[in-house]
Design a protein around this ligand. Structure first.
Ligand SMILES: Nc1nc2c(c(=O)[nH]1)N[C@@H](CN(C=O)c1ccc(C(=O)N[C@@H](CCC(=O)O)C(=O)O)cc1)CN2
Length: 296
């Protein structure tokens, strides 16, 4: 069997276009564009690229991009002070602090300092709680992107067996919550799971977010399953995911590539979240089902 390759780059471009299409109405209603502030601390090369791409995508969508680049000597107190100012700035609808932060910075304190209603990363405990309890909040971009990719293959996710590989706060846990919200039957496997592959083999949907190159072998995938690979691992042979893509695509029904799968959805969903945050702050109504795609 040769799997359908899920083209995240194309699906992300469509989402970005749908978000951009809503911006003129927001401008007309409020007299301003949605504003996204992105904070980069230090010199991490990959983070610098992601922040540059976020700024470009924000401007291309017709939104205001506010970028803060700080040295790697920045203290937690200095970062908290900046976040406080962005919280208070009425032109800022979304705040994103690029991760990872330098080791000396208290990352959790910074995340918790962001106004939950401007937390376009969806990492604040208030937004994690809203997601877990079925309230409207801001949802982490990468897991949200995975759901939108899954819907292109499974317009109805309810009842499917889903296995999430990894339990990070940024991807694994919110991914499990989002799949539960779609009425999937959800299992999370992690480093202490006794036989992770035995669980993965039962799954109609596998979301791999463990950060280990090629961790999921073809032999662990049920024939016809949909495989979403969140891993972005830099190796001597280039960027690879958490799934053995070449072998798995002979077994899976559909699979995301790396690069070109989940990654582009992260930035598209960031724009979507910024528009959502701006609309909620201004009391402007949005048709989220249309923005997220016809099957939403
Ligand atoms: N505050 C945040 N920090 C980080 C997040 C996040 O969502 N919020 N996620 C990642 C990095 N990230 C966005 O910030 C991100 C990662 C990858 C891509 C992407 O488009 N990847 C491409 C490959 C690009 C490459 O060559 O490196 C792909 O997969 O096709 C976009 C955004 C950690 N930090």
């Amino acid at each position: 069997m040769s799997a359908t390759i899920i083209n995240g780059k194309a699906i992300a471009a469509e989402l970005r276009a749908r978000v951009a299409a809503q911006v003129p109405a927001f401008r007309d209603a409020t007299g301003r564009a949605p504003g996204l502030a992105v904070v980069l601390v230090g010199e991490d090369a990959a983070s610098a690229v992601y922040v540059r791409n976020k700024g470009r995508a924000t401007r291309e969508a017709g939104m205001e991009s506010i970028e803060h680049r700080l040295p790697d000597t920045t203290t937690t107190a200095e970062l908290l002070d900046l976040v406080g100012r962005l919280n208070a700035d009425p032109a800022v609808d979304g705040i994103l602090v690029q991760l990872p932060l330098p080791a000396a910075v208290d990352t959790q304190a910074v995340i918790e300092a962001i106004d939950p209603d401007k937390d376009v990363d969806g990492f604040h405990p208030v937004n994690a709680g809203r997601l877990a309890t079925g309230l409207d909040g801001l949802v982490p971009c990468t897991p949200l992107g995975c759901i939108l990719l899954l819907r292109t293959i499974h317009p109805h996710l309810a009842g499917l067996e889903a296995v999430v590989v990894g339990r990070s706060n940024i991807v694994g846990k919110p991914m499990a919550q989002l799949l539960l919200r779609e009425s999937c039957t959800v299992t999370v496997v992690h480093s202490r799971t006794r036989d992770a592959f035995a669980h993965i083999r039962q799954a109609d949907i596998v979301v791999a977010a463990v950060g280990i190159p090629g961790f999921v072998p073809a032999a662990a995938i049920k024939p016809g399953a949909t495989v979403i690979d969140v891993g972005i691992n830099r190796t001597d042979t280039g960027l690879v995911g958490d799934v053995d893509f070449a072998a798995a695509s002979e077994v899976a029904g559909a699979i995301t590539p790396v690069p070109g799968g989940v990654g582009p959805m992260t930035i598209a969903c960031l724009l979507r979240n910024t528009l959502v945050a701006a609309a909620r702050r201004e009391g402007v109504s949005l048709d989220l089902a249309t923005i997220d795609g016809a099957a939403a």
